[in-house]
Design a protein. Structure first.
Length: 258
């Protein structure tokens, strides 16, 4: 899953495609998406509301203003690619569906908008649920596992059949909790869902090593390999080409070819 940020304040500047004046750079957008698809991305994840720690959420109107043109542009230029939209608002989901048709909902809020699950069910959309709560057990793996057991019931009650589990690395978790959760990733398999891992260039990488997001490409790939070894199905990444190389090495190791 390749990341496209339509925000001016994403924590990793390399993922931004806005012009210096804050307007959409259409050529940069098309070039970035084309490059990610060429490098092996299966999903393009588009977001217009920053989720970095300390960021201020924009209004629904501003989020849609940022999204509407790029979504249509991507869909027209790359009609066969699977899109996901990084949003927590049902209103954005509804408008996006009217504009471009089916896509994956990537909701980092754990369904905080109570109308988003019924909407996903009604539209037949795949839903990614991210754990972001600090409530529950002091043991991070138990906390996340319990959350998804409860969410599974919510999904069943609202008719959401196709959902993906995101443990939420970096969301409401300490540095130590992030690594503990990654180590225990296989335990989340009991939910019977695909697991999405998003650790690309995050603070769990650069803060531990005392570097910057820009310097975090190589250690990010080390964590991607660890995630694949522990059962990750989808990697949400800034650097598609390098992640595809990591995946090929992991696949060769598991096939006994290396």
């Amino acid at each position: 899953m390749g990341i496209v940020n339509l925000t001016p304040d994403s924590f990793f500047p390399g993922s931004r495609i806005l012009s210096p004046d804050g307007t959409l750079d259409q050529d940069a957008l098309v070039a970035r998406v084309a490059g990610m698809i060429r490098d092996g991305a299966d999903i393009i994840d588009v977001g217009a509301c920053s989720t970095r720690p300390g960021s201020e959420p924009v209004s629904a109107g501003e989020e849609w203003e940022r999204l509407s043109s790029p979504l249509r542009l991507i869909r027209d230029a790359f009609p066969g690619i699977t899109l996901s939209i990084d949003t927590f608002r049902a209103s954005i989901v509804s408008k996006a569906f009217d504009a471009i048709g089916p896509f994956i909902i990537n909701d980092v809020s754990g369904a905080s908008d109570h109308s988003i699950l019924p909407l996903a069910s009604g539209l037949g959309l795949t839903y990614i649920c991210t754990h972001c709560s600090t409530e529950g057990s002091p043991d991070i793996t138990d906390r996340v596992s319990s959350f998804f057991r409860e969410f599974s019931s919510r999904a069943e009650e609202t008719g959401v059949e196709d959902w993906i589990l995101d443990p939420g690395f970096g969301f409401g978790k300490s540095l130590e909790e992030n690594y503990s959760l990654l180590e225990n990733l296989p335990s989340l398999r009991s939910a019977g869902r695909k697991i999405l891992v998003g650790v690309s260039r995050k603070s769990m990488v650069y803060k531990l090593l005392g570097i910057t997001p820009e310097e975090s490409l190589v250690p990010t790939q080390a964590l991607h390999m660890a995630a694949l070894e522990r059962g990750a199905d989808i990697l949400r990444v800034h650097d598609v080409a390098e992640t595809v190389q990591t995946f090929k090495l992991w696949r060769s190791l598991n096939a006994g070819m290396a």
